[in-house]
Design a protein around this ligand. Sequence first.
Ligand code: CFN
Length: 542
Amino acid sequence: MDGMDTTLEELYTQYPDTVKKNRKKHIVIKSEADVACPQIEANTRTIPGIISQRGCAYAGCKGVVVAPIKDMITITHGPVGCGYYSWGTRRNKARADSTTPKDKIYSQLCFTTDMQEPDIVFGGDKKLARMIDEIVAAFHPRGINICSTCPIGLIGDDIGAVAKAATERHGIQVLAYACEGYKGVSQSAGHHIANNTIMQNVIGKGNERKPGKHVINVLGEYNIGGDGWEQERILKDCGYTVNCVMTGDASYEDIKNLHLADLNLVQCHRSINYIAEMMETKYGTPWLKVNFVGVEATNESLRQMAKCFSDPELEKQTEEVIARETARIEPALEQFRKICRGKKAFAFVGGSRSHHYQHLLKDLGMEVVVAGYEFAHRDDYEGRQVIPTIKSDADSKNIPELHLKADEKLYREGNEYLNLSKEQFEALKKEVPLNYYEGMYPDMKNGDIMIDDCNHYELEELIKKLRPDLIFTGVRDKYIAEKMGIPAKQMHSYDYAGPYAGYNGAINFANDVAHTLTTPAWKMIVPPWERIEEPDTGKQEG
Ligand code: CFN
């Protein structure tokens, strides 16, 4: 603990006083003596001038939630760069299926109004309307999304009116998302805007429930590198009908029928909790927080799910899948563990992955010593625990919906840490089948560091001081680590690999991590600023 305190104090010394005061609130050291997580400041504005890894509201709305809907065309209403640079980088995979033929999949294409100076001066709404007409004539999509970028909000184009008129003109849904980049402090605001618009306009419009005894949705799963497909495979094996993986490989049609499922699973809480909660209120659909990253986490999530339905057959089938899959992958994992065990990692990813990967790294015997998110909220860091008084409620045990609902209520009310020792809490967790989830902090060890919105400078300092074996990063900070001779894995697109979720994903991940750790390249790197014998001629090396 003391060591980490000193490390952080040294890091703060470079900061002006006001910055130091601010950044200290975003960094905590894990102490196992406290059951409660110390308050961490999160989801607040990044200090101007600091090199943050965050994105914008447009990124969260368009890039994350909306664009993966495969049979809708998403228009970026703004200058060409916003559309171009958000095109095809996220690897949210889509494929044709029985309801969506190949020529109705547009998620790999880029559509933008390419606003020019005259459009900014005189308004871009006519151009946008024209573009919609062209799109309808050329593609006949099932629906269209319009996502605004910064200048649109500044010039005041009424995209809602354009969307409404286009809906009437063409008889397909055209939705407007006022997700200008400057709204909010990060992409998190964009998730919320997307959730609200989809909830208000799409969910509930369908009336076709997919056949099956237990119909479920997987919310907050974007099928990066095929993660959603691996989850679907496992869920089908257990006996579920997957109505929709949202929004990774989701179709507009499936989202219209979202309310007809029995249970919503929430994989990424950060980006989709709004829809899960609104659906619970509006349709009474219970939701369960799951994590399909990591073997133990997957097994635990499947067990929790099975408990939501009073069906012994489902529980039996679930246990069979767990036993079969775990036995299949264990020997391979054990080989990789020999390389990975005891290695130290940092994890700074988005708004939920750092926590998901804490589990998978644990499966491999690795430790995450510094972790954080770019834009998560306090609950993602602190975790939530539940009060187990549900056990005294006999009724709720026999009625699955009620059971889950009651859990849910407790889960909310229990959103404060209880005055329980760690052992007491662990014991209760085993006993009570509750809808709880842990956040990043409860899964850390004494002396580990948790950082919100970690910036370039802080990352460099922490690397110098703690020399991790591997860093899980974002798109830009990856190169900070690599230039310092530390292998990095970019965990947004998996460096073009994957899937990493579920059982097959665990093997892929272990394989990639073991290769990364053992590649000799990192030890051979001498960064240019350390090559003192050769003067820098300014020439590029070939
Ligand atoms: S796929 Fe998700 S899992 S949706 Fe979110 S919070 Fe981003 S695009 Mo990058 S990898 Fe990342 Fe999460 Fe949820 Fe991805 S950790 S930053 S906005 N994210």
